[in-house]
Write a protein that binds this ligand. Structure first.
Ligand code: SF4
Length: 222
C-alpha cells in the first residue's frame, strides 16, 4: 500500500467535488420508493437497508430500488411478511433485481434472522446464506452505524489505479487499511463509500475519464 497518501485527503477532495451523498436510501413514511434522506431512522428502515443490500448484489441500485418499491406496494417490506411469503411469490415481487429466485431465498433467511432478534454482529451476518463481507458491512455501517468500511469493486478499481492498493489484496486487508487510516467517524465511513461509488460512475469508469478527474493530480494511472 502507498502510505504517503492520506485517505482523508482523498475523501475531502471527493466530498468537496460531489457534495454529501446521504446514503443509504430508504423509503420515507407514506411513500413507496427509497430516497436519499440520510439513512434509516427506525427498525423498519434498518430492515429495509438490509433487504436493499441483498437486492443490489450483482445489479444496479435502480433495479434493486424497483424491487423495494414492489415490496412496499404489496405491503411485504417487513420480516414477518417476507418469512410468510412463498419463495415463488417473493421472487416475482423482487423480479426486477435479477437472480430473483436466489435472492428470494436470501431474503427469507435474512427475515428469519431479524425475527429471532439476536444481537446483530458481523460474525452472525457472515454465517447467513447469501451474506458476504460487502453485504454484511453495508448492513452494519448503513443500518447500525457500526465502523465497518465497505469494500467493493469500485474501491478496488479507484484505489488500485491511484496506486494505494494492489490487485491481489484481500477484502479484509483493504477493509482494515481503510478502517485504521481514517478518523473514527461514522459519517466519514458512510460518505466515503458513497463517494467512491459516485466517482466510479462519473470518472473512474472501466475506461476512465482522467483529464477532468478531481483526483488527477495524485493518481498513478494517468
Ligand atoms: S485520474 Fe483517472 S484513473 Fe485516476 S482516479 Fe481519476 S479517473 Fe480514475
Amino acid at each position: 500500500m502507498k502510505k504517503s497518501l492520506k485517505l482523508i485527503d482523498i475523501f475531502n477532495v471527493l466530498e468537496n467535488y460531489y457534495g454529501p451523498r446521504n446514503w443509504w436510501p430508504v423509503t420515507p413514511s407514506g411513500k413507496n420508493y427509497p430516497e436519499y434522506t440520510g439513512g434509516p431512522e427506525n427498525d423498519g428502515q434498518r430492515f429495509e437497508v438490509a433487504v436493499g443490500a441483498v437486492l443490489t448484489q450483482n445489479t444496479s441500485w435502480k433495479n434493486a430500488a424497483r424491487a423495494i418499491e414492489n415490496l412496499n406496494r404489496s405491503n411485504n417490506l417487513n420480516p414477518e411478511a417476507i418469512a410468510n411469503l412463498e419463495d415463488m411469490e417473493l421472487g416475482q415481487i423482487i423480479r426486477s433485481s435479477g437472480y430473483y429466485n436466489m435472492k428470494a431465498g436470501k431474503l427469507k433467511v435474512l427475515a428469519d434472522y431479524f425475527l429471532k432478534k439476536i444481537e446483530i454482529s458481523r460474525e452472525s451476518l457472515l454465517q447467513l446464506y447469501g451474506i458476504g463481507p460487502e453485504t454484511a458491512d453495508s448492513i452494519l455501517l448503513y443500518a447500525y452505524d457500526r465502523p465497518c468500511f465497505v469494500i467493493d469493486a469500485y474501491t478496488r478499481r479507484i484505489f488500485g489505479r491511484i496506486g494505494i492498493i494492489d490487485a491481489d489484496e484481500t477484502y479484509e486487508s483493504i477493509r482494515e487499511y481503510f478502517e485504521t487510516n481514517l478518523p473514527f467517524d461514522i459519517r466519514v465511513f458512510k460518505e466515503y463509500h458513497a463517494l467512491i461509488v459516485e466517482h466510479a460512475k462519473s470518472f473512474c469508469r472501466k475506461t476512465p475519464h482522467c483529464r477532468d478527474c478531481p483526483l488527477h493530480y495524485i493518481c498513478d494511472f494517468k
